[in-house]
Design a protein around this ligand. Structure first.
Ligand code: B1M
Length: 213
């Protein structure tokens, strides 16, 4: 089968078809990373372009997003490694005001697959919740995702809250999401920026001094 068929089904928002095709690709032995990149993400990129050009609207995007989640759910167990070899603890969330979670979920999945324990705080996470989670879980890494230019400044708000609480030196902060850049990450005082889920794993490995597989 062609992975572009998964992309087409996702663009159409055909959740059942996405599930069927992802299952088929898994059966055929296609690596999960290829199914994600060449099938699911490729489809979501087209959805994004059409959304931007006002060819489709929020309801259609949501339907495609649901199809994407359905496909990701099938792939998650294949990416997850057995517990017991955990390399570190990561708290992750999408910042306050932002409801986008597909990219954040992918990053969480890939990190789990790479052997990290991931505590996912979900979407619309305020600084107080991030701070509380650092106190509660004592993670090695705090990851923030933002997909909107209007919500990315909130990453700085969280970093300032960590500083105020005297927690900034206890945890490495990484950021990502479509509008976020390396330069912005430096500007707000984050420890690292990753462009995609694969680079997020590399970044975390580097920050924690762990050799990539
Ligand atoms: Co939204 N939306 N959306 N949307 N949406 C964008 C982001 C937008 C670029 C579309 C556009 O106009 N071209 C635009 C933002 C414009 C801007 O800020 N400059 C936009 C807008 C405007 C909006 C609304 C305001 C629309 C409205 O209501 N009028 C609204 C805002 C709601 C809110 O958050 N408060 C809104 C709503 C939605 C839906 C709910 C319909 C839906 C989200 C569903 C969901 O997530 N459950 C949605 C979607 C799906 C998108 C697009 C089409 C796709 C995003 C996505 O999932 N991409 C998006 C257009 C686009 O990005 N091209 C768009 C696939 C995903 C795999 O990629 O999320 O980039 P991405 O994640 C990547 C990397 O960025 C990186 O790794 C991931 C995997 O490779 N990464 C990290 C992400 N987080 C990371 C964290 C890290 C490291 C790397 O470390 C911690």
């Amino acid at each position: 089968m062609e992975l572009s068929e998964i992309a087409s089904a996702l663009i159409e928002g055909n959740r059942k078809r996405v599930q069927e095709l992802v299952s088929l690709a898994i059966k055929e032995g296609v690596p999960p990373e290829r199914i994600i990149n060449e099938g699911l993400i490729a489809g979501m990129q087209v959805v994004g372009e059409r959304f931007k050009n006002n060819e489709i609207f929020v309801p259609e995007v949501l339907i495609s997003a649901r199809a994407m989640h359905a496909g990701m759910d099938l792939l998650k167990p294949l990416l997850a490694k057995s517990p017991g070899i955990l390399k570190g603890k990561i708290v992750i969330g999408t910042v306050k005001g932002d409801l986008h979670d597909i990219g954040k979920n992918l990053v969480a999945m890939m990190l789990e697959g790479a052997g990290y324990q991931v505590i996912d705080l979900g979407i619309d996470v305020d600084a107080e919740k991030f701070v509380e989670s650092v106190k509660t879980y004592n993670p090695d890494i705090l990851g923030m995702s933002a997909l909107l230019t209007t919500t990315m400044p909130y990453m700085k708000v969280t970093i300032e809250a960590l500083e105020r609480e005297g927690l900034r030196d206890k945890v490495k902060v990484i950021v990502g999401g479509a509008p976020v850049t390396e330069e912005f990450a430096k500007e707000i005082g984050a420890d690292g920026y990753a462009e995609d889920a694969g680079s997020a794993v590399e970044l975390v490995n580097n920050l924690l001094g762990i050799k990539s597989a």
